[in-house]
Ligand binder design. Structure first.
Ligand code: IVH
Length: 677
């Protein structure tokens, strides 16, 4: 590249990066993915390195973040909070290792490898063991003093344990919001018609940057410690020892930390973390690889904006930019119309995405997504891909605003508007519904719901198969499933002896079910698994419930007027009663709730976690047993867990429970605890 071209590109990149810095750090409303941002930054770093005469103190490469906002008082960092260089691939990781080994004149270096949290970096200052100040990273030199907000974060110790706490200790770490809390928060916000947070990182940042700490207190934030400004304060000679000391002082430290001898081990570890990334309860965007020895770190020293002893191996993005080809409208189980964006296929977090839900009309309007828009999409954990926002600067002006169709896109029947309560799409406000109760889309979704895991759990009955069975006229409602024969199935495209036998076997297994599952499977509007459990526990038989008046139904704990009306309305409809009648004729058996319900609170307030393979029950049955006795089931092991139930081949959760001193039960122990053996 010629000098002039390089200079022009450098100017362009600086302006672009400053623009995106502002979108990200100041407005909390990024226009490009982190991955694309990092690519711009790396291009600029490379050009500046190749053309030293272009260096400039005001280049975005000369600072480590963005300036703090003006609203909080500044908190200077005694020791700057540096940033870390990124590696996007194995070669860059090996280059880093090569540099480190050369500088340390060593054949192999020991690394402390830690998942890289995707949250907000903060520093906590303790004097004499007491938390006095806490602030964000800001530009690395000065952050924002958000002490009152940080005090509301429960995993931040206000006073640190140990006999003689260091006189001064600056703890660094990340404030994150767990995926579950993030989803819960957004669900509440959508119910209240408030703007949704795009991802847990933004939710954590937005929650921490509140001028009113009572708002922060209502948000479920967590803090993980990953370092200190000065390891000498902890008399630690390695990064690993720093983490151990921090854990001992009462900080939450990521258990997924590994000492790796040499870069091969570090690389393997990074890949293993990447593989279980989605299973973690919080978001991470890479693995940080740190030279473990503190003396070695000191010897390596720092460069302009980052230390030479650390590198972040970044995972492929979970956000990406693509184009909306079309906004389609899907018809759900209750006839509700849901807009869905059909996208130019794009890879996000290793998966190709071509669709994203838009929930409802309000959501489309709030996000202002249109056909033809360039949009930022993201995948978070097991969540359906969603559109974060359109990139308004890419609009041509030709993009049409979205409108709901007047006729059902599946059966052509009229569409009515009603002021819905909470619906399957999770949204609220105006709902659009197909009036045709035998609309093929509605029937298909009802059958699919009836067969789902928490309902009759008919394995192998997916939407495509239901469509084929309906097209052939073999199935018009859930009861028809139990009339299917081997010959019927062999006549359906895609079925062979084995697959037909398998489906018939799953259908047969599903014939014996519980009242809770059956009630849930009926797909009565508003009746989810929790309500189904409470109703089953209260009425104890289907007859009792079908004969109950709306007021009696409403008297059940957790059941409101709208749900009670929906239940009454459901059983008052002749067609519904007919299908239920036929199900019983075809051999369906519904067990009343087992002993223990209702009102069994023997496990009240107890937290359980299951790991490994259970042999006598499925995970979801085990969960039901705990919940029906008032207990809770969580996904991760922490100090507050009461019992870890370990089935066969239990892995890291078991190790962690043991190290935390959490009680571990075998499956048999658990069964005898619930009186099941
Ligand atoms: S160590 C010099 N460890 O990554 C090294 N940082 O670019 C100082 N981050 O916003 C940081 N997880 O908050 C370190 N386990 C971890 C981390 C981590 C996430 C963040 C950090 C900062 C960014 C550095």
């Amino acid at each position: 590249m010629s000098k002039e071209k390089a200079a022009a590109r450098v100017r362009e990149l600086r302006a672009l990066i400053e623009h995106h810095n502002r979108r990200y750090y100041v407005l909390d409303s990024p226009e490009i993915s982190d991955f694309d941002y990092d690519s711009l930054m790396r291009e600029l770093l490379t050009l500046e390195a190749l053309n030293p005469e272009l260096a400039s103190p005001d280049s975005p490469t000369q600072r480590v973040g963005a300036l703090p906002l003006k609203t909080f008082s500044p908190m200077p960092h005694r020791v700057p909070m540096l940033s870390i260089d990124n590696a996007m691939n194995e070669a860059e990781l090996r280059d880093f290792d090569g540099r480190v080994r050369k500088l340390l004149e060593r054949d192999e270096v020991t690394y402390c490898c830690e998942p890289k949290f995707d949250g907000l970096a903060v520093e906590l200052l303790y004097r004499g063991g007491v938390l006095v100040t806490g602030g964000t990273r800001g530009d690395g030199y000065t952050g924002e003093d958000v002490t009152p907000n940080l005090r509301t974060v429960k995993s931040i110790p206000l006073r640190i344990g140990g006999e003689r706490p260091p006189e001064l200790l600056e703890v660094r770490g990340e404030v994150v919001m767990y995926r579950k809390s993030f989803q819960e928060l957004n669900r509440e916000r959508s119910e209240q018609g408030e703007a949704l947070f795009a991802n847990p990182r933004n939710a954590a940042a937005g929650s921490l940057r509140q001028l009113d700490s009572r708002i922060t207190a209502g948000r479920d934030l967590s803090f993980f410690a990953y370092g200190v400004s000065d390891a000498a304060a902890l008399e630690a000679s390695s990064q690993y020892a720093v983490l151990e000391r921090l854990g001992g002082l009462g900080f939450r430290v990521n258990p997924e930390v590994r000492i790796c001898k040499g870069i091969d081990e570090a690389m393997k570890f990074a890949i293993s973390v990447q593989e279980k990334r989605e299973a973690l309860p919080f978001e991470i965007d890479g693995v940080v690889i740190k030279v473990d020895g503190i003396r070695d770190q000191d010897e390596l020293g720092i460069k302009a904006r980052s230390p030479r002893w650390a590198l972040a191996y970044k995972f492929p993005p979970t956000q990406a930019v693509t184009v909306v080809r079309e906004i389609l409208v899907q018809v759900g189980r209750t006839g509700v119309l849901t807009p869905v964006a059909a996208l130019e296929p794009v890879k996000v977090g290793g998966v190709t995405v071509s669709r994203a839900t838009l929930h409802n009309l309000d959501e489309v309007r709030r996000k202002d997504v249109r056909k033809g828009d360039t949009v930022i999409i993201q995948r978070a954990g097991d969540v359906i891909p969603e559109i974060v926002s359109p990139v308004l600067s890419k609009r041509t002006g030709e993009e049409p605003e979205f409108a709901m169709p007047g006729a059902c896109p599946v059966c052509g029947a009229p569409v009515i508007r009603d002021q819905g309560e909470e619906e399957e799409g999770g949204g609220q406000g105006i709902m659009f519904r197909c009036v045709n109760i035998s609309c093929p889309a509605v029937v298909r979704e009802q059958i699919f719901h009836f067969a789902s895991k928490d309902a009759l759990d008919i394995e192998g009955l997916g939407r495509k198969i239901i469509d084929k069975l309906m097209d052939k006229g073999l199935v018009k409602n859930a009861a028809d499933l139990y009339t299917l024969t081997r010959e019927d199935l062999l006549g359906v495209e895609g079925f062979a002896e084995l697959s037909a036998a398998n489906l018939l076997a799953s259908l047969d297994r599903s014939r014996r079910t519980t009242l809770q599952r059956f009630l849930y499977g009926l797909g009565i509007p508003h009746v989810g698994t929790v309500a189904a459990r409470d109703l089953a526990g209260h009425f104890r038989s289907l007859e009792q419930l079908t004969e109950a008046k709306a007021e009696e139904i409403e008297a059940v704990r957790g059941v409101g007027g709208v749900m009670a009306q929906a239940i009454r309305g459901f059983f008052d409809r002749g067609e519904n009663r007919a299908v239920i009648g036929r199900l019983f004729e075809l051999g369906l058996e519904v067990e009343p709730p087992r002993a223990g319900t209702p009102g069994d609170t023997s496990l009240s307030g107890k937290k359980f976690c299951f790991t490994g393979t259970l042999s006598r029950m499925t995970r979801s049955e085990a969960k039901e047993e705990v919940q029906s006795r008032g207990g809770n089931v969580v996904d991760s092991v922490s100090k507050s867990l009461d019992y870890l139930v370990a089935g066969a081949e239990a892995g890291s959760k078991l190790d962690r429970a043991r190290s935390l001193g959490v009680a571990v039960l075998t499956e048999e122990d658990f069964l005898s605890m619930i009186g099941g053996v």
